[in-house]
Write a protein that binds this ligand. Structure first.
Ligand code: SF4
Ligand code: SF4
Length: 62
């Protein structure tokens, strides 16, 4: 399943990726974006494209 790789140190917790994800994969947990519903990720990359901080580094397939 694909899943985003988030660098929490770069994340401003703006929530844009949470609102952008069509699958409800992300949420803000302890002041940073986190994957809370990994199985739902479809690897679309929209979260990475919309992040203003470049905190979503990659969409990893495994
Ligand atoms: S790649 Fe797409 S489905 Fe996966 S977390 Fe990002 S926006 Fe959501
Ligand atoms: S869009 Fe980027 S900076 Fe904003 S909460 Fe998501 S990962 Fe963090």
């Amino acid at each position: 399943m694909p899943h985003p790789i988030i660098n929490a140190d770069e994340c401003s917790a703006c929530g844009i990726c949470v609102d952008t994800c069509p699958q409800g994969v992300l949420d803000i947990v302890r002041d940073a974006a986190a994957v809370v519903n990994e199985d739902a990720c479809i690897g679309c990359g929209e979260c990475m494209e919309e992040c203003p901080m470049g905190a979503i580094e990659d969409i990893e397939e495994d």
